[in-house]
Write a protein that binds this ligand. Structure first.
Ligand code: NAD
Ligand code: ZN
Length: 273
């Protein structure tokens, strides 16, 4: 039987996050694990004994593009068959229920589209997007959203005739400067990290930097990571189990405040996170 959720620690995490004005939510593969998308660690055992770190690389693609595409087509089909869970939906609720837009920035190293399907807005994809097919050629910028059938993956690039590749950012490739720039410009002063191994740079450096600058950092992960000791509060457990409770704590004061104002005939105003 799962251990009971410790509401005291969740309340403490919410109190800390509420002291900030701009909350950065950073989600890793563990967030989607609860929706049935395996993390790479799980996938390594499951996908025909190939190491995902070698498949998700330019060298792997150069060596055997068809094998890499086969893996990506399977992952697309698998993700298309998954539904966002309550934890992901609660993050969309968090974005919607804050007094004005742009207060919560959702960023993820996940390539899947589950946060968008849960209703989250303006998600920053730091490691690319699974359903994008783009030209593999240097200097050609053609890209399109592909379907779960990966129809575009079987065709040459319509602009230059070259080979196409998945829109993921592979191991050894830089994180898109535009995505990192959006995080920098947001100037977060609070951070919630969910389901990340806290190992993949440069994204892994963001929460420790915020913590060292004095911002509250809350981590949700069933397993200790390099971030856990630096975090203000480490909520030990799974995303689907803990996120709805944390979001409930974060939004309930705001919702109560807004409904009081609506009762009194006023428009909702800023009441803090
Ligand atoms: P990771 O696989 O390295 O680590 C996942 C983390 O999630 C671990 O620390 C694990 O303890 C934790 N976790 C497992 N189950 C959890 C749960 N139910 N709730 C909360 N946490 C849970 O993933 P990463 O740190 O995001 O980075 C690895 C790379 O893998 C990234 O570049 C990412 O692009 C890629 N990846 C993406 C997907 C996806 O798009 N869904 C899936 C697999 C891998
Ligand atoms: Zn091209």
């Amino acid at each position: 039987m799962a251990a009971a959720v410790d509401r005291t620690v969740i309340r403490q995490a919410a109190q800390n996050l509420r002291t900030g004005q701009r909350l950065l939510v950073l989600a890793g593969a563990g967030l989607s694990a609860d929706a049935g998308v395996p993390t790479f660690r799980d996938a390594a055992g499951y996908w025909r004994h190939h190491d995902p770190e070698r498949l998700a690389s330019a060298a792997g693609f150069a060596a055997d593009p068809e094998l890499v595409w086969e893996w990506y087509r399977e992952r697309r089909e698998q993700v298309a068959g998954c539904q966002p869970h309550q934890g992901q939906r609660s993050l969309a609720l968090l974005q919607r229920h804050l007094p004005y837009p742009g207060r919560v920035l959702m960023a993820t190293t996940n390539e899947d589209d589950l946060l968008e399907r849960a209703g989250c807005q303006n998600v920053v994809h730091l490691h690319g997007e699974l359903f994008i097919t783009r030209c593999a050629g240097d200097g050609c910028v053609w890209q399109r959203s592909d379907g779960a059938d990966s129809g575009l993956s079987f065709l040459p690039c319509p602009r230059c005739g070259g080979r196409v590749r998945p829109g993921s950012i592979w191991f050894g490739e830089p994180v898109p400067p535009l995505a990192l720039g959006r995080i920098e410009r947001f100037r977060a002063d609070a951070c919630l990290v969910v389901g990340s191994s806290a190992l993949v740079q440069p994204v892994a450096a963001i929460p420790p930097e915020l913590a060292l600058a004095g911002a509250p950092v809350v981590e949700i992960n069933p397993i200790e990571t390099p971030l856990s000791r630096l975090a203000t509060v480490w909520l030990r457990g799974g995303a689907v189990e803990l996120l709805p409770h944390l979001v409930d704590e974060l939004t309930s004061a705001t919702i109560r405040h807004q409904s009081r104002e609506i009762d009194m005939g006023d428009a909702p105003t800023d009441s803090g996170l």
